[in-house]
Design a protein around this ligand. Structure first.
Ligand code: PEP
Length: 269
């Protein structure tokens, strides 16, 4: 079983729908035929036009957030079904800006994951520790709590599409990147935690992406790591040349290969 390679761009609150269309028209020919699956998380207002532009391409359009309810009196919120109808194929959930600026808890993120699954939108669940948590040696504890809360009681059928993005909060938008050793260590730890929650077979299949100051220059080295199945780029994805270079560099480095039959050790409690 081969694990695919994914490169996701997160535009945050940038680009109007007109800018989004122009970007996708420019990006599509640059990444056509690359082995990575290319995803773009665009603002709500650009989902419909961006997915129309991306129709005949290998680019999948998604959202950056959604509400956990099917519908209801929630002024200013957006439902998964609305995103789906607009053309979103996936949704980022639990991005650190949602957790830290908008106060989203592990519990709320879990509810959003369940809703995304019911509404047939692929959830990309973001996890990661703050600088303070890393400094006080809490990284593994925080990551484990986030994964347990996110994944427990998620219906089995949902797990074929779910992805995890490990994004250390201190690396997002700062230009700081963990060492390659640190990235592999945490990705492997994530896989061990997932194995404890869902079993080793599922854990070996779930893609785990790295995010945090990814740029064309570090993309290849990061995806070359054993437990890294792709990249999530914020700032660099706003620029067509930079994002296409990330996709090209990552694709060149890691064409899908057989999943290694490594033994996943149990995590000590
Ligand atoms: C992000 O927004 O998820 C992100 C990783 O941002 P940046 O690449 O700018 O650090």
């Amino acid at each position: 079983m081969a694990r695919k390679l994914y490169v996701i761009g997160n535009w945050k609150m940038y680009k109007t729908s007109r800018e989004a269309s122009a970007y996708i028209e420019a990006l599509a020919p640059l990444v056509e035929g690359e082995s990575a699956c290319v995803y773009l998380a665009v603002p709500f207002t650009s989902i419909a036009s961006a997915s129309a532009c991306a129709k005949e391409t290998n680019i999948v359009i998604g959202a950056q957030n959604m509400n956990d309810a099917r519908e209801g009196a929630f002024t200013g919120e957006i439902a998964g079904l609305m995103l789906k109808e607009a053309g979103a194929g996936f949704v980022l959930l639990g991005h650190s800006e949602r957790r830290h600026i908008f106060g989203e808890s592990n519990e709320l993120i879990h509810k959003k994951i369940l809703r995304a699954v019911r509404d047939d939108i692929q959830p990309v669940v973001c996890i990661g520790e703050t600088a303070l948590q890393r400094k006080s040696d809490q990284t593994q504890k925080v990551i484990e709590e986030q994964l347990v809360s996110a994944l427990e009681a998620v219906p089995k059928e949902a797990l074929d599409s779910l992805m995890i993005a490990y994004e250390p909060v201190w690396a997002i938008g700062t230009g700081k990147v963990p060492t390659l050793h640190q990235i592999q260590e945490i990705h492997h730890f994530c896989r061990q935690c997932i194995a404890q929650i869902l079993g080793a077979r599922k854990a070996s299949k779930i893609p785990i992406l790295y995010g945090g100051s990814v740029k064309p220059e570090n993309a290849a080295d990061i995806v070359a790591l054993d437990d890294v199945d792709g990249l999530l780029a914020g700032g660099a994805s706003l620029n067509v040349e930079a994002f296409s270079a990330i996709i090209r560099n990552a694709s060149k480095e890691k064409t899908p290969k057989k999943v290694r039959k490594t033994t996943i050790k149990r995590v000590k409690k």
